[in-house]
Write a new protein. Structure first.
Length: 127
């Protein structure tokens, strides 16, 4: 389940970041942020590390592979296509498009995870 679980977690985190951008569309000097899903997913899978971190005791902190220690993915500031006068870098059309694309990819990951559970349920029942 590891890949699907990580993908769902990252997609949910990215949805939060994108919705935060949309909520601040009229806030002066607000800088739009995003998560590079491919980089964050690779880091979660340990591609960015020689050896992925693993908690060996329940008292250990949950460390992310990105090295920020918060369990959250690396976020970057988005460069606007057309800067606004008030310094806000949120572009409504781009944010909506990215949010919808992320939502569709979340649904795909959820459907794949759901099919894995259905397959396990059938195997347990002996069908």
């Amino acid at each position: 389940m590891g890949l699907s679980e990580s993908a769902l977690r990252l997609r949910a985190e990215r949805a939060s970041v994108l919705s935060n951008n949309l909520a601040n569309i009229d806030t002066p000097y607000y800088k739009a942020r995003d998560i590079n899903f491919q980089e964050a997913f690779s880091a979660q899978m340990g591609d960015g590390l020689k050896e992925p971190m693993k908690a060996t005791h329940q008292g250990h902190f949950n460390m992310s592979a990105s090295g920020n220690g918060t369990g959250m993915s690396e976020r970057y500031y988005r460069t606007p296509m057309q800067p606004s006068i008030d310094g806000n870098t949120v572009e409504e059309n781009i944010e909506h498009a990215e949010y919808m694309k992320n939502s569709l990819e979340f649904q795909v990951a959820f459907t794949l995870l759901n099919s894995k559970f259905k397959g396990m349920t059938k195997a347990i029942k002996g069908e």
